[in-house]
Design a protein around this ligand. Structure first.
Ligand code: PEP
Ligand code: MN
Length: 365
């Protein structure tokens, strides 16, 4: 391991304190004093939560929904701290929220997905935190824009905040039925690659929008080596004032975390790494072959394009394309490849073939 990596790993422990996963749990919204206290005391009794969350100001898609209890709920969070000894976190969306959160001694702040999309709002929060020493977690923006997510973090870094984390809560997508917010794991993994010094937490509650797939998505986040989880929990989920369908009781939460399988990355374990290395070399070799074959295919495509150009033939030949797609699907399915994967793969290759042919068609010579 390089020194560089060691330093980065150490920096990241401000949140994880060497414990993985770090688990944040609590109701979507603080509704009443009893609901907040009962939920959080029960969460504390599970021994599976490290940090308590609750929404005090709720950014709702449409007006006339419950928009949060507001400042009145902050003393309830202070009571939770006293009763459980656990740190508490709330969402802030503007400078006045920050001011009230600090006045009521909240331990950690988070910036919600609807705020991360707006650089003005993030800058306002950052400016209000200049010179303050408090950890801040930044949720991904609701649209799948990695730069916007990174940019929000950079705004906080620029005012001197040192303890910054990120929360992956999925991306909104019209027409999506399975997830409330599509995970688009590749974006989170790219975030991790670019900022491996920043702890990354998964919020499966807002990804799923429903209870039945919460455990699966949480497990996947752990298998993708996320540093922690943020889970919404309520003493009476069905009657929650917001996000009722995705909340679980504290005891369901306790069971879910207990049942999760934690695998290690074993990056420093030599025997495991050398066994993996052997298989990885084979994979690298196959990757080389795939790339060589694809470039051979594209060479042939360019020959075809020149011929079509000379003879004034269209790039797309519908019957031919149907044949290519169908043949690949059949072959893929016989070889344990999913229909979805083959479909995507062949279309990407076909798109590139069309682009290459277009270039030749457009060229003057
Ligand atoms: C929340 O955590 O309650 C919340 C509003 O989440 P998001 O910003 O991810 O929609
Ligand atoms: Mn919620």
């Amino acid at each position: 391991m390089t020194d560089h990596k060691e330093v980065r790993k150490r920096e990241k422990t401000w949140l994880t304190k060497d414990k993985r996963p770090i688990v944040i749990a609590g109701p979507c919204s603080a509704e009443t004093r009893e609901q907040v206290i009962e939920t959080c005391v029960q969460l504390n009794q599970t021994n599976k939560a490290d940090i308590i969350r609750a929404g005090i100001w709720k950014p709702r898609t449409r007006p006339n929904s419950f928009e949060g209890i507001g400042e009145e709920g902050l003393p309830w969070m202070q009571e939770v701290k006293e009763l459980t000894g656990m740190p508490v976190t709330i969402e802030v969306a503007k400078a006045s929220h920050v001011e009230m959160a600090l006045k009521h001694e909240m331990d950690i702040l988070w910036i919600g997905a609807r705020t991360t999309v707006n650089p003005f709002a993030v800058q306002e929060i950052a400016d209000s935190l200049r010179g303050v020493d408090i950890p801040v977690l930044v949720k991904n923006p609701i649209n799948p824009d990695l730069a916007l997510w990174l940019g929000s973090i950079e705004r906080l870094e620029k005012v001197g905040l040192k303890e910054i984390g990120a929360i992956h809560r999925g991306f909104s997508n019209l027409g999506e039925k399975y997830y409330r917010n599509r995970p688009q794991w590749q974006i989170a993994l790219e975030f991790k690659r670019l900022r491996d010094d920043i702890p990354l937490i998964c919020d499966p509650s807002h990804i799923c929008g429903r209870r039945d797939i919460l455990q699966d998505v949480s497990q996947k986040a752990m298998d993708l080596d996320f540093d922690g989880l943020m889970i919404e929990s309520h003493i009476d989920p069905d009657n929650a004032w917001s996000d009722a369908a995705q909340q679980i009781t504290p005891s369901e939460f306790g069971r879910m975390i207990t049942e999760m399988v934690l695998r290690e990355d074993y990056e420093d374990d030599l025997p495991i790494q050398s066994n993996l290395e052997y298989l990885r070399q084979e994979i690298d070799h196959v990757d080389d072959e795939i790339l060589n074959l694809i470039s051979n295919r594209m060479k042939l495509v360019r020959d075809v394009a020149n011929y079509k150009k000379e003879n004034n033939v269209t790039i797309l030949q519908q019957r031919r394309w149907n044949y290519v797609l169908e043949k690949a699907m059949n072959q893929g399915m016989q070889n344990e490849l999913s229909k979805k994967f083959i479909n995507k793969l062949i279309r990407v290759i076909h798109d590139e073939s069309i682009d290459q042919q277009e270039k030749i068609m457009k060229s003057k010579s």
